[in-house]
Design a protein around this ligand. Structure first.
Ligand code: HSE
Length: 298
């Protein structure tokens, strides 16, 4: 008979930036900004508490994304608890392209596994990544959220998700410029064309390969390596101010991209060189280190 952990289990999960310019649905990076969650098996019912980002608008019931991810993991583990308490302290902005939904999903599957005795044997790390990516639909945020650092991720023809961590030069940090308005990933994906010119695909393949080298130890190549032709421009109508900021920064040779599906703009930097001052009025700018830990107990 399956038994559950007694007492609370806790996890913190980092924000992530996906695509990084040319690596659409493939490249992702964990950032030093963390949601913290705690869960416990109780006798009956469901209690969800949220502090911080989303406390005014996320549903506090079975629709809550962390709860949905926990339920999926419990199904995978072959058992549902009699009752559940979940408490979330959120700092990752929602619907801004900083991986808040992936952080929620990774936290959910991770917590569920910790709550089941022997859970790590029943659902290994590869299984956890695969489940999280299936819930999210693509792996480029969930992989770095789980593993930390810079991760190259994708899906095999049989549907299996994979994730390969790669080096990040310790000189590299990021500045994120977060606009006040949200953009849904679903809507941003809807703006993409079904087909793209071969020349654009070829250009992105070369830049994505260059980006692996640039992040790994050639930061002087980051500007060239972050050029994109497959998604950012198509999404301009949903986030014109973000694309304007990317254009302005890139014109000054700053390696700037749209973070994930936007609308946040991320610029790589190796100095505190006045980038924060480029923040448009009403937006929030944060200088963030690269997170190397991924999902961890706290
Ligand atoms: N690769 C995804 C996209 C990231 O750009 O749509 C957003 O979740």
């Amino acid at each position: 008979m399956t038994t559950f952990a007694t007492g609370a289990v806790r996890v913190s999960v980092p924000a992530t930036s996906a695509n990084l310019g040319p690596g659409f649905d493939a490249l992702g990076l964990a950032l030093d900004l963390r949601d913290r969650l705690e869960a416990e098996v109780i006798g009956s019912g469901l209690v969800v508490e949220v502090d911080g980002v989303g406390s005014d608008d996320v549903p506090l019931d079975e629709r809550h994304l962390v709860v949905r991810a926990m339920r999926a993991a419990f199904d995978e583990l072959g058992v549902q608890p009699p009752g559940l308490r979940l408490s979330c302290v959120n700092v990752i902005p929602h619907a801004r392209g900083l991986g808040s939904s992936s952080a929620a999903i990774v936290a959910g599957v991770w917590l569920a596994r910790e709550l089941v005795a022997g859970g790590r044997l029943l659902l290994g790390d590869e299984g956890l990544l695969d489940l999280a990516a299936r819930i999210e639909g693509h792996p480029d945020n969930v992989a770095p959220a789980l593993l930390g650092g810079f991760v190259i991720a994708g899906q095999d023809p049989d549907g299996t998700f994979y994730a390969v961590p790669s080096e990040v030069d310790p000189r590299i940090d990021a500045v994120v410029f977060v606009p006040p308005e949200a953009v849904s990933t679903e809507m941003a994906r809807g703006l993409l064309p079904k087909e793209v010119p071969h020349a654009d695909a070829a250009a992105n393949a070369g830049r994505a390969a260059l980006l692996v080298a640039a992040l790994g130890g050639r930061p002087e190549e980051l500007w060239r390596a972050t050029a994109d032709r497959l998604h950012q421009e198509y999404r301009r109508p949903a986030m014109p101010a973000s694309l304007d900021l990317v254009d302005a920064l890139r014109a000054d040779r700053v390696p700037a991209i749209v973070s994930g599906a936007g609308p946040t703009v991320l610029a790589f930097t190796d100095t505190t060189d006045g980038l924060l001052a480029r923040c448009p009025e009403g937006w929030t700018a944060l200088q963030l280190g690269i997170d190397s830990r991924g999902a961890v107990a706290w």
